[in-house]
Design a protein around this ligand. Structure first.
Ligand code: AR6
Length: 170
């Protein structure tokens, strides 16, 4: 299973996968960080399709086409804002990852690239987020043999190191 899960440092907008995951906001209106990068690279058709979808609650996800991205689809997942850890943040983050895998199953998608959801503007501590993300990915890979590859694309060398350490933790 582990060989179907990979950690890479890079820019998620460059990945030719069935779906790239966007760390979106509930309005699905575009924003900064990875959301801004994905919308810039996909072109204005992406925000136009997002407008047809309405709001997406925290912990859920919505799928669109990828437009000018090399990826076929974008799955917009809305992670929790970090409020200190007592407002259900861990469960909401796990729910984001599970919602992405549910959409992949519904649409017959086999390869996916994730950013580190919520650990930028939303301030979720990455040392706490990484084990939650990796646990959900491993569970999905174990349950779904049709999933070919799950890639986590970390923007910085430091973030990559945190995920590598979480992946190798006993
Ligand atoms: N490729 C991969 N990772 C990236 C890229 C990229 N091109 N650009 C940034 N990251 P953030 P959040 C990393 O803030 O915390 C937006 O305004 C970044 O270094 O993008 O879920 C939305 O509209 C960080 O590790 O997402 C929401 O309002 C990670 O992506 C809000 O920010 C996530 O950081 C969502 O905040």
């Amino acid at each position: 299973m582990t060989e179907r899960l990979e950690l890479i440092q890079g820019d998620i907008t460059r990945f030719a996968v069935d779906a790239v995951v966007n760390a979106a906001n509930s309005a699905l209106s575009g924003g900064g960080g990875v959301d801004g990068a994905i919308h810039r690279a996909a072109g204005p058709e992406l925000v136009a399709e997002c407008r047809t979808l309405g709001r997406c609650p925290t912990g859920e996800a919505r799928i669109t086409k990828g437009y000018r991205l090399p990826a076929a689809h974008v799955i917009h997942a809305v992670g929790p804002v970090w409020w200190g850890g007592d407002r259900g943040e861990d469960a909401l983050l796990a729910s984001c990852y599970r919602s992405v895998f549910a959409l992949m199953e519904q649409h017959g998608l086999r390869t996916v690239a994730f950013p580190s959801i919520s650990t930028g503007s939303y301030s979720f501590p990455i040392e706490r987020a990484a084990p939650i993300a990796l646990r959900e990915m491993r569970e999905a890979l174990a349950r779904r043999p049709e999933l070919e590859r799950v890639t986590v694309v970390l923007f910085s060398a430091r973030d990559l190191k945190v995920y590598q350490e979480a992946l190798s933790a006993p």
